[in-house]
Design a protein around this ligand. Structure first.
Ligand SMILES: [Zn+2]
Length: 283
């Protein structure tokens, strides 16, 4: 009965409340569904640098609001993921895709901002096979090169191995797919990439704690591998987003993880989430 109802609603293009953690935004560039792979706040202790200690005063005993987000782009009949979540017991990506009526073999491409475990985990099944068997995996040559050589990077190396025939390794500044360009955002990891689609910027892990890093981009999370470059990228992205009215979609921005940048009267910046009005809660 439910299956039949789901099929009917999807066929008719009617919004269908599947489950929380799925929010679809209809953009000119294509439909983007923010998928919450897992909820999650960041412990203030992981942040340092800049005015972190002062900013953390507001969050004593509380986690900084955050999330684990994956984005699904539906454009010209293609289904493209940006990153692939945690996998294992923590992640829920595959189940949420099924709730949208999408089977793993219907994913055409996965764009990886980088290869940390919380962005590649669900590329592998529990028995370490390709979870998205027909998907082409896009990763920057710097990112692939770095993880391929590390000693303790079993998950990244397994991903590179099982998808080797479907791996598309690109240089920075390349057009990776129709309408999607890759930009150098290295710092968080050696090949960290921002993907551009029209006015939307998929910024991966440029931000871990919006409440600290929008007011002061010099604040770093412990996961930023090259802090100096990570800060430079963060400053540049936030300024350009503010100047150009970009929409940012981030791996750890508070769910649904899509929004714009506002400058406050005191000159500090703030993340402004896009409201789900104009978006469908799910479909
Ligand atoms: Zn991450």
């Amino acid at each position: 009965m439910w299956k039949w109802l789901t099929a009917l609603c999807l066929a008719g293009g009617i919004a269908f409340a599947a489950e929380p953690g799925l929010t679809t935004f209809p953009f000119e560039e294509g439909e983007i569904t923010a998928i919450q792979d897992a909820p999650g706040g960041m412990n203030p202790a992981i942040f340092s640098g800049g005015s972190a200690e002062t900013l953390k005063q507001n969050w004593k005993g509380k986690n900084i609001p955050s999330s684990y987000n994956v984005f699904l782009i539906r454009k010209n009949g293609k289904r493209i993921l940006v990153d692939a979540g945690n996998g294992g017991r923590k992640g829920s990506l595959t189940g949420k895709l099924r709730a949208l009526g999408i089977a793993p073999e219907q994913i055409d491409a996965v764009l990886l901002t980088h290869m940390h475990g919380d962005h590649i985990g669900e590329l592998l099944t529990s028995d370490n096979k390709a979870a998205f068997p027909k998907a082409r995996i896009y990763v920057s040559e710097h990112e692939r090169g770095y993880w391929a050589k590390q000693k303790n990077a079993a998950m990244a190396q397994q991903v590179l191995r099982v998808y080797r025939k479907n791996l598309h390794v690109f240089p920075f500044q390349a057009a990776v797919l129709e309408g999607v360009a890759a930009r150098d955002a290295s710092g968080h990891t050696p090949g960290h990439t921002i993907f551009e689609l029209g006015k939307i910027r998929f910024i991966g892990d440029v931000i871990h704690g919006a409440a600290l890093q929008f007011p002061d981009p010099a604040v770093c999370a412990v996961y930023d591998m090259d802090r100096k470059s990570a800060v430079a990228v963060r400053r540049k992205v936030l300024k350009e987003a503010l100047d150009n009215g970009w929409i940012l979609a981030g791996g750890h921005l508070p769910y649904p993880g899509i929004g714009t940048v506002r400058k406050n009267a005191d000159g500090s910046m703030q993340f402004v989430p896009l409201r789900a009005a104009g978006a469908q809660r799910s479909r």
